[in-house]
Design a protein around this ligand. Sequence first.
Ligand SMILES: Cc1cc2nc3c(=O)[nH]c(=O)nc-3n(C[C@H](O)[C@H](O)[C@H](O)COP(=O)(O)OP(=O)(O)OC[C@H]3O[C@@H](n4cnc5c(N)ncnc54)[C@H](O)[C@@H]3O)c2cc1C
Length: 68
Amino acid sequence: MKSHVKVAVIGGGVVGCSVLYHLAKLGWTDIALIERSELTSGSTWHAAGGFHTINSDSIIAALQGYTS
Ligand SMILES: Cc1cc2nc3c(=O)[nH]c(=O)nc-3n(C[C@H](O)[C@H](O)[C@H](O)COP(=O)(O)OP(=O)(O)OC[C@H]3O[C@@H](n4cnc5c(N)ncnc54)[C@H](O)[C@@H]3O)c2cc1C
Protein backbone atom coordinates (compact mmCIF):
# COMPACT_ATOMS: atom_id res chain seq x y z
CA MET A 1 0.00 0.00 0.00
CA LYS A 2 1.26 3.49 -0.83
CA SER A 3 2.25 5.71 2.08
CA HIS A 4 1.64 9.00 0.25
CA VAL A 5 -1.22 10.12 -2.00
CA LYS A 6 -2.38 13.50 -3.19
CA VAL A 7 -5.88 12.99 -1.76
CA ALA A 8 -6.89 10.54 0.96
CA VAL A 9 -10.65 10.29 1.42
CA ILE A 10 -11.48 8.95 4.88
CA GLY A 11 -14.55 6.73 5.09
CA GLY A 12 -16.11 4.41 2.53
CA GLY A 13 -19.72 5.39 2.98
CA VAL A 14 -21.83 6.95 0.25
CA VAL A 15 -20.18 10.34 0.76
CA GLY A 16 -16.57 9.10 0.64
CA CYS A 17 -17.24 6.81 -2.32
CA SER A 18 -19.00 9.65 -4.13
CA VAL A 19 -16.12 12.05 -3.50
CA LEU A 20 -13.62 9.49 -4.79
CA TYR A 21 -15.81 8.68 -7.81
CA HIS A 22 -16.17 12.33 -8.79
CA LEU A 23 -12.46 13.07 -8.33
CA ALA A 24 -11.65 10.12 -10.61
CA LYS A 25 -14.28 11.26 -13.10
CA LEU A 26 -12.60 14.67 -13.19
CA GLY A 27 -9.30 12.98 -14.01
CA TRP A 28 -7.66 13.06 -10.60
CA THR A 29 -5.15 10.31 -10.01
CA ASP A 30 -3.01 9.46 -7.00
CA ILE A 31 -6.09 9.33 -4.78
CA ALA A 32 -7.16 6.71 -2.25
CA LEU A 33 -10.10 5.74 -0.09
CA ILE A 34 -9.37 4.67 3.47
CA GLU A 35 -12.04 2.64 5.25
CA ARG A 36 -11.57 1.30 8.77
CA SER A 37 -14.05 -1.53 8.37
CA GLU A 38 -15.91 -2.57 5.19
CA LEU A 39 -17.16 -0.32 2.43
CA THR A 40 -20.69 0.97 3.18
CA SER A 41 -20.67 -0.62 6.65
CA GLY A 42 -21.54 2.70 8.32
CA SER A 43 -24.92 4.38 8.21
CA THR A 44 -24.93 3.92 4.42
CA TRP A 45 -25.68 0.24 5.05
CA HIS A 46 -29.04 1.21 6.59
CA ALA A 47 -30.01 3.34 3.60
CA ALA A 48 -29.33 0.76 0.90
CA GLY A 49 -32.23 0.77 -1.49
CA GLY A 50 -33.60 4.00 -0.09
CA PHE A 51 -35.31 5.71 -2.99
CA HIS A 52 -37.02 9.08 -3.09
CA THR A 53 -39.08 10.11 -6.07
CA ILE A 54 -40.75 13.26 -4.80
CA ASN A 55 -39.34 16.08 -2.69
CA SER A 56 -40.79 19.52 -2.08
CA ASP A 57 -37.31 21.09 -2.24
CA SER A 58 -36.23 21.33 -5.88
CA ILE A 59 -32.52 21.30 -5.01
CA ILE A 60 -32.86 18.14 -2.93
CA ALA A 61 -35.05 16.59 -5.65
CA ALA A 62 -32.35 17.34 -8.25
CA LEU A 63 -29.67 15.86 -5.99
CA GLN A 64 -31.74 12.72 -5.43
CA GLY A 65 -32.36 12.45 -9.17
CA TYR A 66 -28.64 12.66 -9.87
CA THR A 67 -27.80 9.97 -7.31
CA SER A 68 -30.57 7.54 -8.33
C1 LIG B 1 -31.47 3.47 9.98
C2 LIG B 1 -31.11 4.50 8.92
C3 LIG B 1 -31.92 4.62 7.78
C4 LIG B 1 -31.62 5.55 6.80
N1 LIG B 1 -32.40 5.63 5.69
C5 LIG B 1 -32.11 6.51 4.71
C6 LIG B 1 -32.88 6.56 3.50
O1 LIG B 1 -33.86 5.83 3.33
N2 LIG B 1 -32.54 7.46 2.56
C7 LIG B 1 -31.47 8.29 2.72
O2 LIG B 1 -31.20 9.07 1.79
N3 LIG B 1 -30.71 8.26 3.83
C8 LIG B 1 -31.01 7.40 4.83
N4 LIG B 1 -30.25 7.38 5.96
C9 LIG B 1 -29.15 8.36 6.11
C10 LIG B 1 -27.95 7.89 5.32
O3 LIG B 1 -27.72 6.52 5.59
C11 LIG B 1 -26.72 8.72 5.73
O4 LIG B 1 -26.99 10.10 5.64
C12 LIG B 1 -25.54 8.41 4.82
O5 LIG B 1 -25.37 7.01 4.65
C13 LIG B 1 -24.27 8.99 5.43
O6 LIG B 1 -23.20 8.59 4.60
P1 LIG B 1 -21.71 8.90 5.04
O7 LIG B 1 -20.84 8.42 3.91
O8 LIG B 1 -21.60 10.34 5.45
O9 LIG B 1 -21.47 8.08 6.37
P2 LIG B 1 -21.28 6.49 6.60
O10 LIG B 1 -22.09 5.68 5.64
O11 LIG B 1 -21.51 6.27 8.04
O12 LIG B 1 -19.79 6.24 6.23
C14 LIG B 1 -18.72 6.64 7.05
C15 LIG B 1 -17.63 5.59 6.90
O13 LIG B 1 -16.45 6.12 7.49
C16 LIG B 1 -15.79 5.06 8.14
N5 LIG B 1 -14.91 5.69 9.11
C17 LIG B 1 -15.28 6.44 10.17
N6 LIG B 1 -14.19 6.89 10.81
C18 LIG B 1 -13.12 6.40 10.14
C19 LIG B 1 -11.72 6.51 10.31
N7 LIG B 1 -11.18 7.21 11.33
N8 LIG B 1 -10.90 5.89 9.42
C20 LIG B 1 -11.42 5.18 8.37
N9 LIG B 1 -12.74 5.04 8.16
C21 LIG B 1 -13.59 5.65 9.04
C22 LIG B 1 -16.90 4.20 8.73
O14 LIG B 1 -16.49 2.89 8.98
C23 LIG B 1 -17.95 4.28 7.62
O15 LIG B 1 -17.86 3.20 6.69
C24 LIG B 1 -30.50 6.43 6.95
C25 LIG B 1 -29.68 6.28 8.09
C26 LIG B 1 -29.97 5.34 9.05
C27 LIG B 1 -29.04 5.20 10.26
